[in-house]
Write a protein that binds this ligand. Structure first.
Ligand SMILES: Cc1ncc(COP(=O)(O)O)c(C=O)c1O
Length: 347
C-alpha cells in the first residue's frame, strides 16, 4: 500500500489539500498541537496530539463541509444543500451553509445524541431523521435532493470534503515535521484519505495508520480484500464511525496511501477519553478518542504489517468532542468501575 507517486485519478492530492488550506485560512480554527509528558508516559510513546475537538462545531468535519460549499456556484448555494450525517457533518454543514447564505437540510439518525441535535437546531438547519436499521440514509438524501432541488454534500464521499479534511495533516506536519507516524480515525474514510494523500505527497517517510472500531471493521476488511467489503451491521459507542462500507471515492485513495488500518474495542475508547481529560484537559467523544485508544490497546503494536511499532514520534488526531456531559461522565465512570488494565503504562 506504499505510495510511489501521486494517485491523481481520484483528485485527492497533496496540491488539492494545499489549495483547500488556502481557501479555509481564516475560516477554520488552527487547532493546537498538544503534548503531555504524562500522556506520553501513560501510552509509552512520544505523542503530539492534534486537538480537532477544538475546531469550529467541535469536530474536524467543518473543514470539509465548508470547503465543499465554498466551491459551489451561487445558484447551487441559493437552491440549498442537503447531507446525511451521524451528527458532526450535519453541524458542520449547517454552519458552513449559514456562513455562505445557503439553506441547509440535514438527514440524521433518529438516535442522534441530543447534544448534536441541539447544536444543529441552533444553526437553523432543517432536520430530517431516518432509522439506522431500516432506512438507507443515502436514499433519503437522494429523494430530498430530487424533490427540493438541493445540492448533495456527502460527509466523506466528495473530493472537496476529503482534501478539506486533509488540512488536518497539513497543519500537523507544519507544527511537528518530525513525526514518524500519524494515527487517524476512520469512518467513511474521508479524513484518512485526505490526510494520507497529503502526507505521502509531502512526507513519504511518515506512516499513516487508520483506526476504526472493532465492530465496524469495513475499511480493514476492504483494504485486506483490496475492494469494498461491506459489513452487515456496524456496532460501537463511536457513533461517528459506524459505517457499513468505506465511501467509494475514499477507498482507492486509502488503498493507495494508507499504511495500515487497525481496530480497537470500545473499552479502549473510553480509556482514551479518560486519559484525554486527565492529561490534556480536553473532552473527546468516542469517535474523537479512537486514535489514542489504538495506542492504549496495543492495536498499533500488534498490527500484522511488518515494521508497525511504537518507535518514534506519534501524531494522534483527536477528531471531535461532541458529547454531552452525562454520556461523557457515564462512559468514564464505567471504565473506572471496571478497573481496566492500562496497557503500555510503565510501573
Ligand atoms: C469525530 C469524528 N471523527 C472521525 C470521523 C470519521 O470521518 P470519516 O467519515 O471522514 O472517516 C467522524 C465522522 O463522522 C467523526 O464525527
Amino acid at each position: 500500500m506504499r505510495a510511489t507517486a501521486e494517485h491523481t485519478a481520484t483528485g485527492v492530492t497533496g496540491s488539492g489539500v494545499r489549495q483547500a488550506a488556502a481557501r479555509l485560512a481564516g475560516v477554520v480554527v488552527r487547532t493546537p498541537l498538544l503534548t503531555s509528558a504524562g500522556l506520553s508516559s501513560a501510552v509509552g510513546a512520544d505523542l503530539v496530539v492534534k486537538a480537532e475537538c477544538l475546531q469550529v462545531t467541535g469536530a474536524f468535519k467543518f473543514r470539509g463541509a465548508y470547503h465543499h460549499l465554498s466551491r459551489l456556484s451561487p445558484e447551487d448555494l441559493a437552491r440549498g444543500v442537503v447531507g446525511a450525517s451521524s451528527g458532526n457533518h450535519a453541524q458542520a454543514l449547517a454552519l458552513a451553509a449559514q456562513l455562505l447564505g445557503a439553506p441547509a437540510t440535514v438527514v440524521v439518525p433518529a438516535d442522534i445524541p441530543e447534544v448534536k441535535l441541539a447544536a444543529i437546531d441552533r444553526l437553523g438547519a432543517d432536520v430530517v431523521t431516518y432509522e439506522r436499521d431500516s432506512q438507507d440514509r443515502d436514499q433519503v438524501v437522494a429523494a430530498l435532493s430530487a424533490e427540493r432541488g438541493l445540492c448533495v454534500v456527502p460527509s466523506a464521499n466528495s473530493v472537496a470534503v476529503m482534501v478539506g479534511a486533509g488540512t488536518v495533516a497539513l497543519e500537523l506536519l507544519q507544527d511537528a515535521p518530525d513525526v514518524d507516524t500519524i494515527l487517524v480515525p476512520v469512518g467513511g474514510g474521508g479524513l484518512a484519505a485526505g490526510c494520507a494523500a497529503f502526507v505521502k505527497a509531502t512526507h513519504p517517510r511518515v506512516r499513516v495508520i487508520g483506526v476504526e472500531p472493532y465492530g465496524c471493521n469495513d475499511t480493514q476488511l476492504s483494504l485486506h480484500a483490496k475492494h469494498s467489503t461491506p459489513i452487515a451491521a456496524a456496532s460501537s459507542i463511536a457513533d461517528g464511525l459506524r459505517h457499513n462500507a468505506p465511501a467509494p471515492l475514499a477507498l482507492p485513495v486509502l488503498l493507495h496511501y494508507l499504511d495500515d488500518v487497525v481496530t480497537v474495542h470500545d473499552d479502549a475508547i473510553t480509556e482514551a477519553m479518560a486519559l484525554g481529560f486527565e492529561h490534556l484537559k480536553v473532552v473527546l467523544e468516542p469517535s474523537g478518542a479512537i486514535a489514542l485508544a489504538a495506542l492504549l490497546s496495543g492495536a498499533v503494536a500488534a498490527s500484522s504489517t511488518p515494521g508497525t511499532h511504537l518507535d518514534g514520534r506519534m501524531g494522534v488526531v483527536l477528531s471531535g468532542g461532541n458529547v454531552d456531559w452525562a454520556t461523557f461522565g457515564s462512559l468514564i465512570t464505567r471504565r473506572h468501575e471496571r478497573g481496566l488494565p492500562r496497557l503500555h503504562r510503565p510501573g
